[in-house]
Each structure stands twice: as structure tokens, then as C-alpha cells.
Design a protein around this ligand. Structure first.
Ligand SMILES: [Zn+2]
Length: 348
């Protein structure tokens, strides 16, 4: 039987939510990751400051303990949401008292729970300088819903802001999250090494046709929307290139079935249950299994200056075995990505 052994993953962008959903989804990611960057756009309590960070980390660790996950194997990496009212003082305490490693900007209104997102980067210049000085990484939902701009162009519309940030804060670590377009990939390649990008597994396999082609498939809907074949080809090339600017951020984003199958369905795809299987399959299909480790377990850690789990702790690996299984139609009320389809590899 064929097997693949990899260091435990670093998932540099994941949504754990709160309450029962947190209890359901966090153990799934912890089963194959050594760490994950946990997004702060939780409801009803968003993560905005050091107190929130400390509270949310406890909630996550309690959920994992309740599920029997040994905390020695998984560390949640905490973030705060950067808004117009985030002050340099809040950055300082989030980093030094809360241990937060990144701050996330959602431009106002473009994605799930971004109603009170940021209106202007120029308005928070001092806050961004403080992030730069404290080594806090800036995570960007890089879309801008400019007037009379079609949604497929929102990512391209954001790129001048990325360039402005990179030029004005040259020592700030900046991650353009879930890149989806050739324009965004090119911008990241052209900017200095402090600018990197995460890539999701769903953007490696979907195009816009899989969301609004002959059928409307709400469980494939996400922001940014998957784009054209040429965009997807370039994302595959970057993920499999070994280039340290590109690493895994699954953006696994669970929503209850009822929030997806309705008149105003939520954007976000729950990929956590199939992430290792689908990545292995995708990389293998393109003859790039030897590049999977850099993408899942190395490049992200290097960008964040974190120790490399697999190298330093060889026991900290996961094994995938070739053993076809069908992705269930529903897990805890959530329809997972690729529901009803067969995966070749299973997590041992
Ligand atoms: Zn996200």
C-alpha cells in the first residue's frame, strides 16, 4: 500500500469560529497540523485586543482538550482584527501580553463578517508602524469592491493598496491571503521578500465554472471567487514551485448548511476534513509530490520565523495511506468540500 509521510502541516489561515462549531472543527485541523493561524472574525465576539486573544486561545485549547487532542502537538497562532479604531497601544499589548502574531485586515464589506472592516490604510499609519516594529505580520483579505467593479476584479482592484503598503512599510511582513488571480500572483512575485501569499486547496482545483457554471453550487462559493483556468494554472505552478513566497493557508471556513443553501448564501468552504488528502492527490497528479512539504510545512514557518517542526522533531509527522474513501455529505451540519466524492488518500 502506497504511503506519504510529511511533517505536520502549518495551516497559515483557518477559521475555527466559536461555540459548538469550534468544538467540532478545531480538532480536525489539530489532527494533522502542528500550528494554524486562527482568524479573528468570530461572532458574537470578534478578536480585537489582547484580552480577546487570551480568551480565544483558552476557548480553542479547551475545545481541543475536550476532544482529547494532546496540546503538545498543536499550537493555535493567534491574530487580531485590525480596524479603523485599532491603536498602536492595542498592537503592543496584543503582541507582548496576548502573544498574537498577526493582524488581519478585511476591507469593509467584502467578505464574511467584514461589515465593520477597515475603510483606509492611510488612516491607521501609526498602527501599521507599530506592527512593523513589533514583528506583527499584516494579513490581507485583498479585495476591494470599488464602485462599478465586477466581483471578479475585486482582487486586482486591491493590488495598488498592496503596493502602497509594501513601499511605505518595508519591514512589515505582509501576507496577501488566498490569492486567486494571475495579477495578484504577479504582484507578489514583483514585490520584495517581506510580501508573501497564502494559497488554498480549493483555489488549486476550482474555477468559476464550478461555482456558477451550468449549475449554481453554493458549497463551492468563497471569496475571492475562483477564477479562470489560466489563473488556476498559475496558482498550481506557484504552490508546486517551492518558492518561499507561497505557502498553505487553507481558509477552511465552516458554515452551517442552512447558511449556504439559502437566498443570500455565505461565502466560505469547509476544507479541513479533506485538506491533506486533496493536497496529496493534487500534487501527485502534477508530478510534484516532492514539493508538497515546502508548501504545507516549511515556507509558512520560515516566513513567520518559526522553528520547523518536521526537521527538529522527526516524530511529528503525519502519514497518508492510499485507501479510497468517500467524503461524507455532511459533517456536524456542515457540508465539507468535495462532499460525495472519492479521495484516494486517507490520514493514517
Ligand atoms: Zn478567511
Amino acid at each position: 500500500m502506497k504511503t506519504i509521510t510529511l511533517p505536520r502541516f502549518n495551516d497559515m489561515h483557518v477559521h475555527f469560529r466559536l461555540g459548538q462549531m469550534l468544538k467540532n472543527v478545531a480538532p480536525v485541523t489539530a489532527s494533522y497540523c502542528s500550528r494554524a493561524v486562527v482568524m479573528p472574525n468570530t461572532l458574537p465576539r470578534p478578536i480585537l485586543n489582547a484580552d480577546d486573544v487570551i480568551w480565544y486561545r483558552d476557548e480553542i485549547n479547551r475545545a481541543l482538550e475536550d476532544a482529547g487532542v494532546s496540546l503538545g502537538h498543536f499550537t493555535p497562532l493567534m491574530t487580531i482584527k485590525i480596524r479603523d479604531d485599532t491603536t498602536p497601544k492595542m498592537i503592543h499589548s496584543a503582541v507582548y501580553a496576548g502573544g498574537a502574531i498577526a493582524g488581519k485586515v478585511y476591507p469593509k464589506g467584502v467578505t464574511t463578517n467584514s461589515g465593520n472592516g477597515l475603510t483606509s490604510f492611510k488612516g491607521i499609519g501609526k498602527t501599521l508602524s507599530k506592527m512593523e516594529d513589533s514583528g506583527m505580520v499584516l494579513l490581507l483579505h485583498g479585495e476591494l469592491d470599488l464602485e462599478r467593479t465586477i466581483q471578479s476584479e475585486w482582487e486586482a482592484a486591491f493590488l495598488p493598496q498592496l503596493e502602497w503598503l509594501s513601499a511605505n512599510f518595508p519591514n512589515l511582513g505582509i501576507v496577501l491571503e488566498h490569492v486567486s488571480s494571475a495579477e495578484a500572483v504577479q504582484a507578489v512575485l514583483d514585490l520584495p521578500d517581506n510580501v508573501a501569499a497564502t494559497i488554498t486547496v480549493h483555489h488549486l482545483v476550482l474555477t468559476e465554472n464550478d461555482v456558477i457554471g451550468t449549475k449554481i453550487r453554493p458549497h463551492n462559493a468563497c471569496r475571492p471567487m475562483p477564477k479562470d483556468f489560466t489563473d488556476r494554472d498559475l496558482l498550481l505552478e506557484m504552490a508546486m514551485s517551492g518558492n518561499p513566497k507561497f505557502f498553505l493557508g487553507s481558509d477552511s471556513a465552516p458554515h452551517h448548511r442552512r447558511s449556504k443553501e439559502c437566498a443570500e448564501g455565505a461565502c466560505g468552504i469547509y476544507t479541513a476534513p479533506i485538506l491533506p488528502s486533496l493536497l496529496a492527490e493534487t500534487f501527485e497528479e502534477h508530478g510534484a509530490l516532492d514539493k508538497l512539504e515546502a508548501f504545507t510545512s516549511r515556507n509558512g514557518a520560515v516566513f513567520y520565523d518559526l522553528p520547523l517542526g518536521g526537521e527538529f522533531f522527526p516524530a511529528e509527522t503525519i502519514m497518508l495511506v492510499e485507501d479510497p474513501w468517500m467524503v461524507p455529505d455532511e459533517v456536524d451540519g456542515i457540508v465539507p468540500f468535495m462532499a460525495g466524492q472519492t479521495m484516494c488518500y486517507k490520514l493514517a
